[in-house]
Design a protein around this ligand. Structure first.
Ligand code: C2O
Ligand code: CU
Ligand code: CU
Length: 565
């Protein structure tokens, strides 16, 4: 096994790189009122040199937000940058207007104040900017933080949960630096590993069972994590919830955007040291971090092969085992929760999303720009319309030469299969990111669109390689209400029927009114004046979807929602 110590590569950059630094543990905020200020800062990542950064309430990263399921929270996000931003609560199930997607812009010196109820299960989530075409830049400059949700089921289990003592959040990010020690964007030279914004980090961990909440916050890189003595550890949670039981493993692949909670039993290791390593040499080609990012021998990314992290094993974090804490957890639970995945029998609709390269040839197949269903992201185009309370299967098919981590907002999904096979035990829980293998790789996921519908604000789905996302590998979907709720709250006897309708519909209660029909993007598709009571209106030629009808006379104006099948 090749083992490359990244410290060697730092010698050129910093003569003092051998001095290890304690892993930074972000402060935390709990309670229902949260204030986050995104601001500029500077950090001393290399001794004696300052790197310009941004962070929430601090120079880099942000405080960990600790919430309880069921809690109502109100958050003030103040933007003190000189450019717009947005903040997305990655993995949380919130309404589209609270989701912080690219439409919810916070201008410089402005405050955005979402309020929502925590509906999520105990797990590890995160927050980061989501400004279209600037996500990579703002995240790379340091804007990201953890969210920990706790709930009653988790509280009943004997698990480590003392923040910063036996319950440690760790965000792993690879970064490229220029000769001035500043972060570089849009490059494959990401050859320095940061753990919680610390280079060459070490953690003093107590000699007991410790819980590591691992987040891959990198732009593109995948990690294949294990420990230097090859010991087994136990994954207890995936992106959006605890697993049904701990899964024993000695390798954990963590893809961009993805989280995993693991239990590491250090109870017999007092005084010893071990290292968290990414075994990049074991990653198959076609995954960013392997020796070739493409499954095609020809395709490559400029600067990739000269980055020593690619195809090699490297250190991520050193762990020194110190005396146990009080109330130490000393055993691994046998079972955790009882989540039952959605069933294929309940599916209302299946849709297929195909990832394709913008240009053919070995380089386009691995460099992008990539698109989903041949559409590049456009803020003004709704790509999919989902119906409220529907269960759907999305079939993700990757026709490019590099694997992509697919992420969807609003929901947690279950993986039905990956290239036709049932996923491994650690991937059978609640997820919001899944890696789709290259060259025809197919993943089917199942999910349910509950609680939130909004006819104007969409949710996003995208590749979580931030450079791909910024380059347009993203789409947006609306969750549309099924019912014919009136839009104007003016209670009126005007109705349209049938609704949903296929070929025709009638308006009752509004003789001699004018009828206009708009599609959900606000384009008028029909204009009928002076309709008769019960007049049959032919809608055969309208595309299936949701329409807004305005019915107007000199006496009243009313709006109705019509669903065309
Ligand atoms: Cu973590 Cu839409 O992203
Ligand atoms: Cu998200
Ligand atoms: Cu991608």
């Amino acid at each position: 096994m090749k083992k490359v110590n990244v410290i060697i590569f730092h010698l050129i950059i910093s003569l003092t790189a051998f001095a290890q630094s304690p892993l930074l543990i972000p402060d935390y905020i709990s309670g229902s009122e949260v204030q986050l200020t995104l601001q500029e800062g500077e950090v001393e990542l290399f001794q004696g040199h300052l790197t310009k950064s941004i962070g929430y309430n601090q120079n880099i990263l942000g405080p960990t937000l600790i919430f309880d399921k069921g809690q109502d929270v109100s958050i003030d996000v103040v933007n003190k940058l000189n450019e717009p931003t947005t903040v997305h609560w990655h993995g949380l199930h919130v309404s589209p207007k609270n989701d912080g997607g690219p439409h919810t812009i916070i201008n410089p010196d402005h405050t955005w104040s979402p309020e929502f109820t925590i509906l999520d299960e105990a797990a590890t989530y995160w927050y980061h900017p989501h400004l279209h075409e600037h996500t990579e830049e703002q995240v790379t400059n340091g804007a990201a933080g953890f969210i920990i949700v706790r709930d009653a089921d988790e509280a009943e289990l004997e698990l480590p949960r003392t923040y910063g003592v036996d319950d440690i959040p760790i965000v792993i990010q690879s970064r490229a630096f220029d000769s001035d020690n500043q972060f570089m964007m849009n490059t494959a030279a990401d050859n320095i590993i940061l753990c919680n914004a610390t280079i060459d980090a070490f953690l003093d961990a107590p000699a007991q069972v410790v819980r590591l909440r691992l987040l891959n916050g990198s732009t593109e890189r995948l990690y294949n994590l294990g420990f230097s003595d090859d010991r087994n550890f136990f994954q207890i949670a995936s992106d959006g919830g605890l697993l049904n039981e701990p899964v024993s493993m000695n390798r954990l692949v963590l893809v961009p955007g993805e989280r995993a909670e693991i239990l590491l039993d250090l109870s017999g290791d007092l005084g010893k040291s071990l290292t968290l390593i990414s075994y990049g040499s074991e990653l198959p080609n076609g995954y960013y971090g392997a020796s070739n990012p493409s499954v095609m021998p020809m395709g490559n990314i400029e600067g990739y092969s000269s980055n020593n992290l690619n195809g090699n094993d490297f250190e991520v974090l050193d762990i020194n085992v110190i005396s146990p804490s009080e109330d130490a957890v000393l055993s691994i639970p046998g079972t955790l929760v009882n989540h039952i995945p959605y069933s294929e029998d309940d599916v209302d609709r299946t849709r297929s999303l195909v990832f394709s390269p913008g240009q053919m040839g070995p380089h386009g197949m691995v460099n992008g720009p990539f698109s989903i269903n041949n559409q590049s992201f456009d803020l003004n185009v709704i790509n999919e319309e989902v119906l409220f309370e529907n269960t759907e299967i999305w079939e993700l098919r990757n026709m490019t030469a590099i694997a992509h981590p697919f992420h969807i907002h609003d929901v947690q999904f279950y993986i039905l299969d990956i290239n036709g096979s049932i996923p491994s035990a650690s991937m059978r829980g609640r997820k919001d990111v899944v890696i789709v293998p290259p060259m025809g790789g197919t993943v089917r996921i199942i999910m349910r669109f509950d609680d939130f519908a909004d006819i104007e604000t969409p949710y996003m789905y995208h590749c979580h390689m931030l450079s791909h996302e910024d380059d347009g590998m993203m789409g947006q979907f609306l969750v549309l209400p099924l019912t014919t709720n009136e839009i104007n709250l003016d209670p009126s006897i005007v109705t349209c029927s049938p609704n949903p309708a296929t070929n025709f519909m009638r308006i009752t209660g509004a003789p001699q009114a004018n009828l206009k029909i708009y599609d959900i993007r606000g384009n008028m598709v029909r204009d009928e004046s002076r309709i008769r009571e019960d007049q049959e209106i032919n809608i055969n030629n309208l595309e299936p979807g949701i329409y807004i009808l305005t019915i107007e006379s000199d006496k009243f104006k009313n709006s109705l929602k019509l669903m065309k099948l």
